[in-house]
Design a protein around this ligand. Structure first.
Ligand code: BTN
Length: 326
C-alpha cells in the first residue's frame, strides 16, 4: 500500500487527529517525510487540517460551535453528553437555568454564537457579538449541600485558566478573585455561577463561561479593559476545539473537587496566578467598600482580607481592585 493510502486509512473518520510522530511511526516514514507527504496531499486537494495540540486530521473543520464540530475534539466522560447549540440566545445561562428547572440532566452544555442579553457578575452586561467568542454554560447536579457552592467559582477559574493556557502556550494567565481571567491586566474571560437549592441540597448549578477568543475590536465601552486570545498571541483559535478543551479541564477539576471535597488541590495553581496576592486592595461588596491586604483564600473560596486593625475578614462576593477605588 502506498504512503498516501496508509495516511488516509489512518486518519479516516471524524475527529481523528494524530501527532506527526505517530503518523510517521504508523506509516513507516520519518516525521519530515510524513509532513511533506501531507503537504503534497493537501496541494492535491485532500483536506488536511493541522489542529494545535491534537495533530493532523483529514476532513473539514469549521469554527462554528455546532455539536458535531465540538464532538470531533471532545474526550470527556459525561460533561457534554448533551450539547445544545444556538446561533443566538439571550443568555446561555438563562437557557441553561430554564432547562435545568425542567429536569435537564447533569453534564448538559449550552453553546451560543451570540448572546443578546449576556450577563456578567454583579449585574453587569457581557457583550457577546457573533462569530468570534465563546459563550458556554454547563449544568451540574452535585450531591452536595448549598454551602459547598462557594467553592465552585474558584475551581472553575482554575479549570478555565488551564484550558486557555493549554491553547496559548507559553502565556501565563492571571486570575482575579473570584474568577476573572486576565492577560496583561485586561479581561480575557469571566465566569458566572448560578444555583438553585432545595431542602439543604444543591438542586442544580449552572456555570457560564465567556471567553474573548478571536475578537480584535472591542466595543468602546470595554476596549480599555478587555483583551482576547487573538490579541494576546496574534493567532486565531478554533472555537470548537477550545470548547472541548474547556469541558475536559472542567470535568477533570470537577472530579478532583467532588472526590477531595476541598479546594486544596487547586490552591497552588491559584496562588501562582492570583494578581491580588499580598496587595493592598479595595473590595466593593453589595453593602460597602472594604480595604485591606489580600491574603489568599479561605477553604470556602472566600477572599481573605487582612484589615487595617489586623483582623482577617472573609469576603464572599464583590469586585476587587488593586489600591484605592478612584
Ligand atoms: C463576569 O462578569 O466576569 C462573568 C461573565 C460570564 C459571561 C458568560 S458568557 C456565557 C454565560 N452566559 C451569560 O449570560 N453569562 C455567562
Amino acid at each position: 500500500m502506498d504512503g498516501r493510502q496508509r495516511v488516509l486509512d489512518l486518519l479516516e473518520g471524524d475527529g481523528v487527529f494524530l501527532p506527526i510522530e505517530e503518523i510517521a511511526h504508523s506509516i513507516g516514514m520519518d516525521a519530515n517525510t510524513s509532513r511533506s507527504l501531507l503537504e503534497e496531499m493537501s496541494a492535491d486537494g485532500v483536506r488536511v487540517v493541522e489542529v494545535p495540540g491534537r495533530g493532523f486530521g483529514i476532513g473539514a473543520v469549521t469554527d462554528i460551535l455546532f455539536e458535531q464540530e465540538v464532538r470531533k475534539f471532545l474526550r470527556t466522560r459525561d460533561l457534554g453528553n448533551e450539547i445544545i447549540f444556538r446561533h443566538e440566545v439571550t443568555s446561555t445561562n438563562d437557557l441553561a437555568v430554564a432547562l435545568a428547572e425542567n429536569g435537564q440532566p447533569h453534564g448538559t452544555v449550552i453553546l451560543a454564537d451570540r448572546q443578546t442579553g449576556g450577563r456578567g457578575r454583579m449585574g453587569r452586561t457581557w457583550i457577546s457579538p457573533a462569530g468570534v467568542n465563546l459563550y458556554l454554560s454547563a449544568i451540574f447536579r452535585p450531591e452536595l449541600p448549598p454551602a459547598a457552592a462557594t467553592e465552585v467559582p474558584i475551581m472553575m477559574a482554575v479549570a478555565v485558566a488551564r484550558a486557555l493556557e493549554r491553547q496559548t502556550p507559553p502565556l501565563k494567565l492571571h486570575i482575579k478573585w473570584p474568577n476573572d481571567l486576565l492577560y496583561n491586566g485586561r479581561k480575557l474571560g469571566g465566569i458566572l455561577c448560578e444555583m438553585r437549592t432545595s431542602a439543604n441540597r444543591i438542586q442544580f448549578l449552572v456555570a457560564g463561561i465567556g471567553i474573548n477568543v478571536n475578537t480584535i475590536d472591542f466595543n468602546s465601552e470595554i476596549s480599555d479593559q478587555a483583551t482576547s486570545m487573538r490579541i494576546a498571541t496574534g493567532e486565531s483559535y478554533l472555537r470548537p476545539l477550545l470548547a472541548a478543551d474547556l469541558l475536559e479541564e472542567i470535568e477533570a477539576a470537577w472530579d478532583v473537587w467532588t472526590t477531595e471535597e476541598s479546594l486544596d488541590p487547586f490552591m497552588e495553581y491559584w496562588v501562582e496566578r492570583s494578581i491580588l496576592e499580598g496587595r493592598q486592595i479595595t473590595v466593593a461588596t453589595q453593602a460597602a467598600q472594604v480595604e485591606g491586604i489580600a491574603e489568599g483564600l479561605a477553604p470556602s473560596g472566600a477572599l481573605l482580607l487582612r484589615m487595617p486593625d489586623g483582623s482577617l475578614r472573609e469576603i464572599y462576593a464583590g469586585d476587587a481592585h488593586i489600591g484605592p477605588l478612584i
